[in-house]
Design a protein around this ligand. Structure first.
Ligand SMILES: NC(=O)c1ccc[n+]([C@@H]2O[C@H](COP(=O)([O-])OP(=O)(O)OC[C@H]3O[C@@H](n4cnc5c(N)ncnc54)[C@H](OP(=O)(O)O)[C@@H]3O)[C@@H](O)[C@H]2O)c1
Length: 311
């Protein structure tokens, strides 16, 4: 994170007379919760903290209604929920100035074990929903000639790992669309940024989704069992070893919000910067064979289930 500050020249926004309206998605836990804490403590912003129905009550008690705080319901996958929320904000505070698309889910499954329904759930939450919300808030920002779209992506959007195909695809889609949007919004004075965290020191792995076939495979003995049994503790270990808590990502996002013309790509945390430069500097022919060898127990994956790998 520190390197980021040196690489980019941050220009803080001068204090202005208006209080920007910030909409944050997925505030019930992790980065979203830290964002809610950060922004609700700054009276210069009017913050809309959102979560799905079961978490709204808990958030109401943690963030009691004040002049600059609203806690409202949003399911990013529901068109009705998105439209109702944006309309409510328009009536109350004349629309959204800064959108932070943070809500996300993560499937942990090999491609063969994903169903169409699983793929759609992953893409709707991490890509289709956020894009629809962006379309909802852009007209207001365009008219005003200012605004910020901040999409929380992931290092997985630039570098995929086994058992994380669908998650990587959803973040890669978010990255591609955000890059195009950066150009499209430049003439209207709207900034677009992608926050790219690596592994975060958090309990978020508890929210990971497994498919029916994936769970069976992990508990039995089949062609993919070793993939799950090795990747699951490996990813948990990487998250446990990470020195970047969710609060650091929230601080970085605050910096992006406070910056005039922030950059499009914002790697967040040491892991993110490491993979960012690895991907760019290592010769392509070497990158994947080297990373493959780093996977835990990979020499035994699929053993006994293919002519290629007999026991
Ligand atoms: N943790 C990491 O290591 C890591 C690394 C890179 C990127 N990221 C990205 O950072 C963002 C936040 O992740 P996190 O680590 O803070 O995970 P988290 O603790 O699991 O938080 C995810 C949030 O998204 C919400 N959410 C899920 N589905 C939703 C829906 N349909 N509508 C509205 N909200 C929904 C969850 O709410 P519910 O309680 O209602 O489910 C939760 O508040 C995600 O986009 C994730 O992909 C995380």
């Amino acid at each position: 994170m520190s390197l980021y500050k040196y690489v980019y020249w941050f220009k803080r926004t001068k204090p202005s007379s208006y209080k920007p309206v910030i909409l944050i998605t997925g505030c019930s836990s992790g980065i979203g919760f830290e964002l809610a804490k950060t922004f609700s403590n700054i009276p210069n912003y009017r913050t809309v903290i959102t979560a799905r129905a079961p978490s709204v009550e808990k958030l109401h008690s943690l963030f009691p209604s004040a002049d600059n705080i609203r806690v409202w319901e949003l399911d990013i996958t529901s068109e009705i929920s998105r439209n109702q929320l944006v309309e409510k904000i328009r009536k109350e505070w004349e629309g959204v100035d800064i959108l932070i698309n943070n809500a996300g889910i993560s499937y942990r499954s090999v491609i063969e074990h994903m169903t169409d329904k699983d793929e759609l759930a992953q893409m709707t939450t991490n890509y289709l929903g956020p894009m629809a919300l962006i379309r909802n808030v852009l007209p207001n920002m365009r008219r005003k000639g200012r605004g910020k779209i901040i999409n929380v992506s992931s290092v997985s959007g630039m570098l995929a790992m086994p058992t994380m195909s669908s998650y990587s695809a959803s973040k890669a889609a978010l990255e591609g669309a955000s890059e195009a949007l950066w150009y499209e919004m430049r003439p209207f004075g709207i900034d677009v940024s992608l926050i790219q965290p690596g592994f975060i020191h958090s309990d978020s792995f508890k929210n990971v989704r497994y498919t029916e076939r994936g769970e069976k495979s992990e508990n039995n003995e089949d062609e993919y069992s070793a993939f799950y049994r090795n990747m699951k503790p490996f990813v948990s270990r990487l998250m446990g070893m990470s020195r970047t808590p969710a609060s650091k990502i929230a601080e970085l996002i605050l910096l992006v919000v406070q910056t005039e013309r922030p950059p499009l790509w914002v790697p967040a945390g040491f892991g993110a910067e490491f993979f960012y430069y690895l991907r760019r500097l290592m010769p392509r022919r070497l990158l994947h064979p080297v990373l493959y060898r780093c996977l835990p127990g990979v020499e035994h994956w699929g053993e006994g289930f293919s002519k290629k790998r007999s026991r």
